[in-house]
Every structure is written in structure tokens, then in C-alpha cells.
Design a protein around this ligand. Structure first.
Ligand SMILES: Nc1ncnc2c1ncn2[C@@H]1O[C@H](COP(=O)(O)OP(=O)(O)OP(=O)(O)O)[C@@H](O)[C@H]1O
Ligand SMILES: [Mg+2]
Length: 342
């Protein structure tokens, strides 16, 4: 079977930066591949290569069996792209923007209108459809931009951080639309920093960090890789963290995660509730009474932590600093997600 997306050994340098350093991944027709990674990991660079906006330095990249370097125009005819930043025309109304996209993709006028009205409704933009985009809020622009990609029903769709900046309602609406599109056979590559999003939508996940693949598999395979459940103890005082770590040494996790800001210690749990009880007893013997403890199944954020040794948030912070020192204008890094030990 031909893969709809095939990336082998992709290398791309941007300025002095090795943005991609041998990335390989693939997605079958009608599946969702999530590319997950912190700021600066190389997600947008990968999407730009796949959508023929930039050429790879090395490696082999195919979309629907067509080489993106050899036949970029053919590839462009098959794909849709919503970039990380909204690309809609401010002077036009929402509906006019969609009609324009319909014309560019040679969808008949009646059909384009029908699809546009339908999608505007489902994406919560009906009321604003006849207003100029310059009066839209950031989230509305983003939704319109995404609506344009959904309108053309491409064979392969690339969405670069589609839900960053969207409120919960809009995020859920978009997820439903994505599910419909994929059910009709579109292959989707989605980049995200939201582990929950990859978990909910993706058939397979590729985790990248600093241009390299650090993990690959289905969401549940990745979680299995990380293993057991987690227990997080919240202490009264971050100064107790080291002593708590010491007291819990006998329970198998040599490398618990310390979150000083929240006075939390997170450990893998090799056993059930009895282990938690034993842990609480050991803490108590050391004179420490946790404020709360929480047991939970591993999240994809734990995958990140286990594989890269840092949380997605920390890795992103490092990348931001790299950017600042290389003199590029850094973009806002404040994203509404928490660290690994939620
Ligand atoms: N035009 C450029 N010139 C030099 N370096 C660049 C350029 N574009 C990106 N980079 C660098 O390449 C690396 C990968 O960037 P990329 O935009 O692909 O990351 P990303 O995973 O999309 O991050 P984000 O989550 O912030 O969108 C970063 O270190 C970035 O600073
Ligand atoms: Mg990006």
C-alpha cells in the first residue's frame, strides 16, 4: 500500500540551525498522524517541507506517492494547508474568503457556497460571515482559516497547531470536523503541543525534539512505553522534596520528577494502592505529611518527560533561549498548557 505521507531521513538546515536532523515517519490513507513537540522542535519546518514551501536538504519525502522535490506542483494539487498563523484576507468578509478559496480550487460556485454555509454554521461563524475579517477576533480568524482548509476536502491536509489560541468550544467543534473529514478518507498531519489532542485524534504519533524523532507509535503504545501509573505527592514545602525522594527510594523509581514550583514529586507506581499506602507510611516515618496525593494513568506528557528528560515546557524554554541568542525575533511562547506533572 502506498503511504499518503512518507518521510525518510529528512534533513533541513535553516540559517545556522539544524532544524531537522533525520526525521522519518509515515501515515496511511485516511489516518491521522500527530507530530508532537515543544517550541522549536521542528514541527513547522516539517510541514513546510511536506507542503512544498521549502525544499529538503536531504532525505526522501512523498505525498500520495509523489516526490515533493521532483513534482511539487502535483503535490500542491492534492493538499490543503493551514499554517501556524492565520492567512485570511482582512478586506474580504468571511464568506468571500471562502468563496475565493473555492474558486482557487475550482470547486463550482453553487457547491462552494453550499459547503461554505454548512461549515460556517458548524464552526460557529454564521453570524459573522458577512462581516469583514478585519473585525474578527484572533480566534475567529483562526477558525475561518481552518474552515477554508476543510472546504476544499484535500486528499492530504496539514494543520499546523490548529487549536492553539482557540477556546474549548471551538476546539471541540474543530475536532468533530476533523473526524468527519478523516472518515471521508482525508489523511491528516496535525502538529500540536497538546498531548490530549494527539491522544484524542491520532492513529499514530511522532514525538520530535530538536529536529530528531524521540518516540513513535500509537498513543497507547507510547503510554505503554512509559509504563505504569503515576503518583504525585504535593508537599507542604518544596524544601521537603529531597527528603521525600530519599524516603521513597525503596519503591523502585530511581528518577522521580521534582516540580519545585508546585512542591510536587511524581513517581512511577509499580503496584496498586498498597504501594501508595506504603509510600505515605514511609513519608510519615520521615516526618513528612503530603498535602495531597493523586494517582493517574500516564499521559503523553509523561512520554515526553521519560524520553527527553525534560518536560515539553522546559524544552520549549530552551529553544526560546536559543532563538534569542541567535538574534531571531522570538515569538510569544506563553501557551496555555501546564508542565508535565499536572
Ligand atoms: N527562517 C529560519 N532561520 C533560522 N532558523 C529557523 C528559521 N525558522 C525556524 N528556525 C529554527 O528551526 C527550529 C525549528 O523551528 P520550527 O518553526 O520548525 O519549530 P516548531 O516545532 O514549529 O516550533 P513552535 O512550536 O514554536 O511553532 C527552531 O530552532 C527555529 O528557531
Ligand atoms: Mg511551529
Amino acid at each position: 500500500m502506498t503511504e499518503s505521507i512518507l518521510v525518510q531521513g529528512l534533513v533541513k538546515r535553516l540559517g545556522k540551525k539544524q532544524a531537522l536532523d533525520g526525521v522519518s515517519m509515515s501515515a496511511g490513507e485516511g489516518t491521522v498522524l500527530a507530530l508532537l513537540g515543544p517550541n522549536g522542535a521542528g514541527k513547522t519546518t516539517t510541514v513546510r517541507v511536506l507542503s512544498t514551501l521549502i525544499r529538503p536538504d536531504a532525505g526522501h519525502v512523498e505525498v500520495c506517492g509523489i516526490d515533493v522535490t521532483a513534482q511539487p506542483r502535483r503535490v500542491r494539487g492534492l493538499i490543503g494547508l493551514t499554517g501556524q498563523f492565520a492567512a485570511v484576507d482582512e478586506i474580504l468578509t468571511g464568506r468571500e474568503n471562502l468563496e475565493l478559496v473555492g474558486r482557487l480550487h475550482r470547486i463550482g460556485r453553487t457547491e462552494a457556497r453550499r459547503r461554505a454555509d454548512d461549515l460556517l454554521e458548524r464552526m460557529g461563524l454564521s453570524e459573522a460571515a458577512n462581516q469583514r475579517v478585519k473585525t474578527y477576533s484572533g480566534g475567529m480568524r483562526r477558525r475561518l482559516d481552518l474552515t477554508a482548509s476543510l472546504l476544499i476536502r484535500p486528499r492530504v491536509l496539514f494543520l499546523d497547531e490548529p487549536t492553539t489560541g482557540l477556546d474549548l468550544r471551538s476546539r471541540l467543534d474543530l475536532w468533530s470536523e476533523i473526524e468527519l473529514l478523516v472518515r471521508d478518507g482525508t489523511t491528516l498531519l496535525l502538529t500540536t503541543q497538546y498531548l490530549e489532542e494527539a491522544d484524542r485524534l491520532a492513529d499514530s504519533v511522532t514525538v520530535i525534539d530538536r529536529g530528531k524523532v524521540v518516540a513513535q507509535g500509537t498513543p497507547s503504545e507510547l503510554k505503554q512505553q512509559v509504563g505504569d501509573e503515576r503518583v504525585t505527592f504535593t508537599l507542604a514545602d518544596p524544601a521537603e522534596l529531597d527528603r521525600a525522594h530519599e524516603a521513597l527510594r525503596g519503591h523502585g523509581d530511581e528518577n522521580p520528577f521534582h516540580d519545585r514550583a508546585r512542591a510536587q514529586l511524581t513517581l512511577r507506581l509499580d503496584g496498586g494502592i498498597e504501594t501508595v499506602t506504603a509510600m505515605v507510611r514511609d513519608l510519615s516515618d520521615a516526618g513528612i505529611t503530603p498535602v495531597t496525593h493523586e494517582v493517574r494513568r500516564p499521559s503523553l506528557d509523561d512520554v515526553f518527560l521519560t524520553l527527553t528528560g525534560s518536560t515539553a515546557t522546559e524544552a520549549a524554554h530552551e529553544a526560546e533561549q536559543d532563538k534569542a541568542t541567535s538574534g531571531r525575533r522570538g515569538k510569544a511562547s506563553a501557551r496555555d498548557r501546564n508542565g508535565a506533572t499536572r
